[in-house]
Design a protein around this ligand. Sequence first.
Ligand code: PMV
Length: 330
Amino acid sequence: MSERRDCEQVVTAVAHPNIALAKYWGKRAGQGNFPAVPSLSVTLSGMSTTTHVQFDRTLAADSVMINGEAQYDSRVVALLDRVRAAAEFRLFARVVSVNDFPTASGLASSASGFAALALAATHAATLEWDAARISDLARRSSASAARSIFGGFVELDAGQESGDERNMLAAKQVAPIDYLPLTVLVCVTTEQKKSIGSTDAMTKTAQKSPFYDAWLRDAPAIHASLKSALLARDRQLLGELTEASTWAMHATAMAAGIVYLRSATIDAIECVRSLRASGTAAYMTMDAGPHVKVFTAPEDAPRVKRELAAVNGVLRVIETQPGEGARNLL
Ligand code: PMV
């Protein structure tokens, strides 16, 4: 194996989180981290992860710092191992990553984190991979990260391991950033890490939830209707189906004892419902954490933001819009 000097440059990539409208929840049995259901998300500007990667011959192991803290995450090492295998070298990497929003608390930091890492690491290793191949690499560590490689509205199909590492499953853009004007208000309800990570929570859901089979059966239909609503620019139907997907996912997980909702979560949902009752179109979603993300038309955003910021337990509201995919910084 050759260890080329040009692989020792520092490469920086930035990626945004994405919020699923049609949720991914559940993995296919076997290797490869293939999702059991299709999902559709929107990549968000206004929150980002910046990651620097350098392969360095003086390192005796990979060194990973996230928000200034040394971390060990087997999914990071697995991604770097795949890059090393493809580049045919053995150099360890120095990874320094910073999020400008709470980490590992259900704000999709793994999506932006693994998207930025996949892009920076492949470029640092001088691999000339297209976006689909980088998306597939990110997906193997965090399926939602496959979607953050692309901007605007993005989908990821369900997949199936074939026993062959070359069996790719990449996300793809279904509509560009400006396809449907939207403001997404992210209500932060805690700065703490989540109680149970999504991988463990998905495993527990598959093992214990009496509703898991129903989720696997219904999620593809919600995804297909939601995609049609998006392509028809029907914001109301898109909002209703986003809420349907959210409740189906959370109800399925809750039946296995996994509860991400807190009192502030419920209060923020009530706020969204009362806004709707008084004629303002706003729709909510939640992921593997207690935060509430609210979709609304840009013209209604100031009012909706004011109301959400006044909810007991909402620490702050981050205003975001559909944003770009992951990119390298020079
Ligand atoms: O890819 P992960 O392990 O971060 O799982 C993401 C799961 C949800 O955020 C709850 C849903 C989704 O589709 O992003």
